[in-house]
Design a protein around this ligand. Structure first.
Ligand code: HEC
Ligand code: HEC
Length: 376
């Protein structure tokens, strides 16, 4: 009840009846719920706060790890966006007594007042990807009456709090890769404009910011629950009462791009979908002009890049002629642009500084596994 402004009076009355000590507490709680931008049911604008802690979204355990408050639901995706080998924790915080609406082929509809957070941390050693994590940034998407608002908060050295970073930030990082080699690089926290480059949609007439991950195809997966069982993530949401409209069958699903049980084709298409299709789709930034469509549903092979000459010539092409030459990754621009760290050519052009070795290898195997063909 402390998350709702309008319960304050009732709450206080109740407390007066109980004891004076609790009344003191009650006033404290009420002052807080006026000032802080907690998700609430009123379709009013939430204040954008300067410190992450002010939103009161997380508790901390004894090691400083963030534990989402009760109204938060942690979730994972079948495959993640590659972000320089960082570890990511995602949480959806819903206003009290509200629900997410299931959609089969687009982002789930979320109530106004929803906050989605994504916290990025760097493991000191990639062979132990969930240990010794340095918290870097927590990105927030806040569903305001006027639409989604995007901004990141960067963590202080001690990992005690994070501060709003409208303009982004560069953070020098060192870690050990899976071969035990030391890697130094500059991690780049995106500016608000950069959030928009990936999170924008031109659906309808105007440009707007949209979430990317909360779609059926990414969330439809088995996860282990606290009591050690394996359960479907969306079924858990439904049982918890936070998801409306989940059908009993025909829920779309993409494979985990790094699960060898699946075909290279399915894995590569899942990888391109989550890593590229937010720009490379009909309503995205790149789809508009380059006409290279990298969603998992795309069935037109030419739009997927096969024997397609790029819309934009020059440096980005690395001297090559086609986005994908079937059977020949080395002759394919798509492969080249994932393999390069050259800022004028690399894809995606923001959101990474390093090459994703494992992702690159997957795309290489996929292109090389296609029946070889000369492009006209
Ligand atoms: C390079 C493209 C890119 C940029 C830049 C980017 N994002 Fe995202 N973001 C994604 C993708 C793709 C996902 C979904 C995949 C995932 O979570 O791994 C995502 C997920 C998220 C999520 C979880 C909810 C969701 O939409 O899936 C939040 C919150 C978020 N981003 C906030 C931000 C903010 C704030 C910024 C700017 C500071 C930002 N992002 C910049 C691509 C980007
Ligand atoms: C932040 C948005 C964004 C993301 C994410 C992104 N791209 Fe692009 N991409 C663009 C834009 C804009 C262009 C057109 C300008 C250019 O060629 O640099 C483009 C062009 C391309 C081209 C040339 C296509 C043509 O036919 O003109 C290829 C190939 C490509 N991208 C591959 C990828 C791959 C593979 C990924 C994911 C690993 C990816 N891109 C992710 C924005 C993006």
């Amino acid at each position: 009840m402390i998350y709702k402004n309008r319960n304050c009076t009732l709450y206080q009355v109740n407390l007066i009846l109980k004891s004076i000590i609790f009344l003191g507490l009650g006033i404290l709680v009420c002052t807080n719920c006026k000032e802080k931008a907690r998700p609430n049911q009123n379709p009013q604008e939430l204040a954008i706060l300067s410190q992450l802690s002010e939103y009161d979204l997380f508790d901390k355990d004894e090691n400083g790890n963030l534990i989402p408050k009760q109204f938060g639901t942690s979730y994972t995706l079948n495959t993640s966006l590659f972000s320089d080998y960082t570890h990511k924790d995602r949480v959806i915080f819903l206003p009290k007594n509200s629900q997410i609406q299931y959609e089969s082929d687009k982002v789930f509809t979320m109530p106004i007042g929803t906050i989605i957070s994504k916290t990025f941390s760097m493991p000191a050693d990639l062979t132990k990807p969930t240990e010794d994590l340095q918290k870097l940034e927590t990105r927030l998407l806040i569903n305001q009456p006027k639409g989604w608002f995007a901004v990141s908060y960067t963590w202080n050295q001690e990992g005690t709090d994070a501060e709003i970073a409208y303009a982004g930030k560069n953070i020098p990082i060192q870690f050990k890769d899976t071969d035990g080699k030391k890697v130094n690089f500059t991690y780049s926290v995106p500016s608000r404009n950069q959030c928009t480059s990936c999170h924008q949609s031109y659906e309808g007439r105007s440009q707007s910011i949209v979430p990317i991950g909360p779609k059926a195809k990414h969330l439809n997966k088995e996860i282990s629950t606290i009591d050690g069982n394996i359960k479907n993530q969306l079924s858990i949401w439904k049982e918890k009462g936070i998801l409306a409209g989940l059908p009993y069958f025909a829920v779309p699903k993409l494979v985990d791009a790094f699960d060898n049980h699946h075909s290279v084709e399915d894995r590569a298409r899942a990888y391109l979908d989550i890593n590229c299709s937010h720009c490379h789709q009909g309503a995205g930034a790149a789809g508009m002009n380059s006409k290279l469509i990298l969603t998992a549903e795309e069935s037109n092979l030419s739009e997927l890049g096969l024997c397609k000459t790029p819309g934009s010539a020059g440096k980005g092409g690395g001297g090559l002629r086609y986005d994908i030459v079937p059977g020949n990754a080395d002759a394919s621009i798509l492969y080249y642009r994932m393999a390069t760290q050259d800022s004028g050519a690399m894809m995606p052009q923001i959101g990474r500084a390093l090459v994703h070795k494992e992702g690159l290898e997957l795309i290489r195997n996929w292109i090389n596994s296609m029946p070889a063909k000369e492009c006209p």
